[in-house]
Design a protein around this ligand. Structure first.
Ligand SMILES: [Fe+2]
Ligand SMILES: [Fe+2]
Length: 299
């Protein structure tokens, strides 16, 4: 057995505290990261996947600070951009410069193989009001998204979709996993309660999920963005969306890889005080039900 870990939405290098579904406490992230480092040392994953919103603020200095915080965990990692990292060509350049040593080909989307699994890291673009797709968000979106994501939409560009399909056909690995900051699928109805804030899924995510189902090697799609733990099975592929580190339940995912199966587990930090600080009464459901918290994918 070997394992990797999926962490997402750390929103690092920010002191900003606010409320999303639970209290969103960026100011506690230095302590959270120190605790996470200790917990990872015990778990010994072979690498980490960090699926976006690594940074919160739109400056290059913040990107570098956030990168240093991820490096401080002391494990090999694969970074992806989210809406807070990749909202313009300039911010993508900050990202590829900061993570040049972790990105094959210095691109914001890439693939890598680890022990017979092929991973695909994706970089969806912004959908504008007129329906056009662009790597650049609307003017002011970078600032506005600090408080809300109203009317913000994303989709995977055709070029990346075609690349993904071609790579799936070409690569020799027997299993594959795609990673995107934004979930491919809408959040399951079980989370849609009065007051629940849903950050959105890829406009073309369902369509792409159907196309990916034609590839038996594609087993799982990992994502973040909605700060909620959910697992859905759609046409044979497991869609695993993980909660954000500065917000209740302050958890991450462990994937244990066996010869014939992948076991997905949800792991709380060893110090439960972070989750307690963030929890708002009545909002503990973002941690997910049992089926959102564990799954076994048979290969
Ligand atoms: Fe986020
Ligand atoms: Fe996000």
């Amino acid at each position: 057995m070997w394992r990797f870990v999926h962490i997402t939405d750390p929103h690092l290098a920010s002191e900003r505290d606010g409320v999303w579904n639970n209290r969103f406490l960026c100011s506690m992230m230095p302590e959270v990261m120190a605790c996470l480092k200790r917990d990872l040392q015990r778990l010994q994953p072979e690498f980490l996947i960090v699926s976006g919103d690594i940074v919160s603020h739109n400056t290059e200095e913040a990107v570098l600070q956030a990168r240093d915080a991820i490096e401080s965990l002391g494990f090999p990692y694969y970074p992806l951009g989210g809406n807070h990292d990749c909202y313009s060509l300039e911010s993508r350049k900050w990202f590829t410069d900061a993570y040049a040593h972790r990105l094959p080909d210095s691109k914001t989307y890439y693939s890598f193989a680890h022990k017979n699994i092929r991973f695909f890291a994706l970089d969806p673009w912004w959908v504008h009001n007129d329906g056009s797709l662009s790597p650049e968000a609307d003017k002011n979106a970078a600032k506005r998204q600090q408080t809300n994501l109203n009317n913000m939409r994303w989709a995977l560009p055709e070029e990346q979709f075609l690349w993904l399909i071609k790579e799936l056909e070409r690569t020799a690995e027997k299993t594959a996993c795609a990673v995107s900051h934004y979930p491919f699928l809408p959040v399951p109805d079980r989370f849609r309660r009065p007051g629940y804030k849903f950050g959105g899924n890829l406009d073309n995510g369902k369509k792409i999920s159907r196309e990916l189902a034609a590839f038996p090697k594609m087993k799982m799609v990992l994502s973040g963005h909605i700060h909620t733990n959910s697992i859905q099975r759609f046409q044979g592929i497991y869609h695993v969306t993980t909660s954000a580190l500065p917000e209740y339940p302050v958890e991450f995912r462990i994937v244990d890889v066996y010869r014939n199966r992948w076991e997905i587990k949800t792991q709380a930090l060893s110090d439960s005080s972070f989750a307690e600080r963030s929890l708002r009464p009545g909002h503990s459901y973002t941690a997910g039900t049992t089926r959102d918290r564990q799954a076994t994918i048979y290969l």
